[in-house]
Design a protein. Sequence first.
Length: 113
Amino acid sequence: VQLQASGGGLVQAGGSLRLSCVASGSRFSINDMGWYRQAPGKQRELVAVVTDGGTTKYADFVKGRFTISRDNAKKTVILQMNSLKSEDTGIYHCYAYVFGPAWGQGTQVTVSS
């Protein structure tokens, strides 16, 4: 499966961004879809994930600020990010699990304080 992410950019603290990721190339249903991020000098960490049934899971540091959703028919996962903080800066990677994990190329999110 191939993943194409979009929607990153530069925003001031307190602002919002919407990330989108479209999956293609798989004849099979996608199980989990979600987003990880990697800040400079840090390891990749889970941001949010949504199952094919719609169950969501969020990292504590984004609860109440980010919302993840998906459209199974369009094989798309969306991450709505509100009340952004400078510590949210990083490369956001789209993730999908079919018979194994697949990763998108990442999209840069920069939050200026």
